[in-house]
Write a protein that binds this ligand. Structure first.
Ligand code: ATP
Ligand code: MG
Length: 446
């Protein structure tokens, strides 16, 4: 009986491969206090009750790279019910992928149970894509079902040890992003891993290892089988990563935008459109770096602008009036996109608002500029317009005029208005001013 059991255990261990490399305290750069209090308490409680518990995934990777992680995930051999029973402020979430959220003060720790058994138990679709993912497994199996070696690292905050199952520590040292297992099979199981390869390599400054990179171009079309909501989530993650410019270049370099965002692919082949898209991304990256708020709506409207502009200009060339032509172009761009990426309809209104404001920036006579200034979304519309000017689509002098106009006091604003409608296309050069200028005794700004 015991022999049988031992044999079974041994065969299983043998089949699964080597033990992990354990990197002890002092041999890695992670310090105890870099782990959030909540993550330490969660792992400590689980361990006190006899379970295995580690900080896992992106957080360990980021710490080894010397980057402060944005959140901490914990992995354990306790089931969701067992975890839930140990923490008063916790709840089980998810259906396809059940997890526990443990709350400590303002922090939430996501605790997942080791998963495994993909090969034998998981259902896949006809392209090899995994459909179910709730089979519990050992820590080793859990490491193996993760995507890249650098994401399969476990950190024990109590012992201060890194458990490395797939050589991730060394890959980080040589700055390589390497898929665990056979890359083709792993991309077929979950095509989103291709997007993650582009995003993580760009964000972390890692090279995609040759074998991991090679199949991407050919398999890119598998992204068509991924549920739209998931693709959209991944795209937003990429755009909001603070490294959107690099991520989008990586997407394009790997041919991943072709199916996901054909508009982007086309834009990056046209110099003016490319300058515009890249300026919008750089602008967002800079705002994230400065901790300023950013909106996906703004970026999405920028990504689709190339499409809108092309159709708009074509309709105008056929003799249609600007605003109806623009409305038609906006709808065409949104409908075209809905076939692929399915930007949720809740973003449509915001994007349309930004686009519809655009012709109004060319109207600088009478009351029109005053009315535009009162639009609650003026800031987004203006930032968008300014990027169009800066990328060479329009004369930068018009954007400078708006800069002056916004910051002028009411008296000066009147003086700035363009008197002759004929002068619209060729505005007079004006000195660019920063900040409000007040006429003596003019009081508060409007
Ligand atoms: P980020 O810093 O952007 O959060 P991350 O690697 O932590 O990067 P998450 O989406 O938070 O990304 O995923 C947490 C962990 O789950 C990853 O480190 C990886 O181990 C695993 N993982 C996530 N997505 C996949 C996937 N598609 N296939 C396999 N493993 C995945
Ligand atoms: Mg993460």
């Amino acid at each position: 009986m015991i022999t049988r059991l031992l044999n079974k255990v041994f065969r299983r261990a043998h089949a699964l491969g080597r033990p992990p490399t354990v990197v002890g305290k002092g041999s890695h750069n992670i310090r105890h206090e870099q782990i959030s209090q909540a993550a330490r308490r969660t792992t400590a409680t689980l361990q006190e009750h006899g379970y295995l518990a580690f900080v896992v995934g992106g957080a360990v990777r980021d710490l080894l790279l010397g980057v402060q992680p944005k959140d901490f995930d914990v992995a354990t051999n306790a089931t969701p019910e067992q975890v839930h029973a140990l923490f008063r402020r916790s709840r089980i979430i998810g259906r396809r992928f059940r997890l526990v959220h443990v709350m400590f003060g303002g922090e939430t720790i996501e605790v997942s149970t080791f998963r495994g058994g993909h090969d034998e138990n998981a259902g896949t679709d006809e392209h090899g894509r995994i459909l179910r993912d709730n089979v519990w497994g050992t820590q080793e199996e859990d490491a193996r079902r993760r995507d890249f070696t650098v994401n399969a690292l476990f950190f024990d905050p109590q012992r201060e040890e890194v458990w490395d199952w797939h050589g991730g520590v060394n890959d980080l040292r040589v700055r390589k992003l390497r898929m665990i297992g056979d890359p083709v099979k792993r991309y077929r199981e979950d095509p989103v891993r291709m997007l993650r390869a582009a995003r993580l390599s760009a964000k972390l400054g890692l090279d995609i290892e040759r074998g991991t990179r090679a199949p991407i171009r050919e398999l890119a079309s598998l992204l068509r089988n991924v549920p739209e909501a998931r693709l959209f989530d991944e795209l937003v993650k990429l755009l909001m990563s603070g490294q959107a410019e690099r991520c989008v270049r990586a997407l394009h370099a790997e041919g991943l935008d072709r199916d996901l965002l054909p508009t982007l692919d086309a834009a990056l082949r046209d110099p003016v459109a490319e300058r515009f898209v890249m300026a919008a991304l750089a602008n967002t990256d800079a705002r994230i770096l400065e901790d300023k708020p950013v909106s996906p709506t703004f970026l999405l409207s920028a990504l689709l602008w190339g499409d809108v502009l092309r159709t708009w200009q074509a309709a105008e060339a056929r003799g249609e009036k600007p605003v109806p032509a623009l409305l038609e172009a906006m709808q065409a761009a949104l409908d075209g996109q809905a076939k692929r990426l399915a930007i949720p309809r809740r973003f449509d209104a915001g994007m349309k608002e930004i686009w519809l404001m655009q012709p109004r920036f060319l109207q600088r006579t009478g009351q029109r500029p005053f009315r535009l200034l009162e639009n609650p979304r003026f800031r987004a519309g203006y930032d968008f317009f300014r990027l169009r000017c800066e990328s060479g689509e329009l004369d930068i002098a018009i954007a400078d005029w708006w800069e002056d106009f916004q910051h002028a006091n009411p008296v000066d604003r009147e003086a700035l208005l363009v008197r002759e409608p004929a002068a619209e296309g060729a505005p007079r050069k004006r000195r660019r001013r920063r900040g409000p200028r007040r006429a003596p005794g003019a009081g508060a700004e409007a």
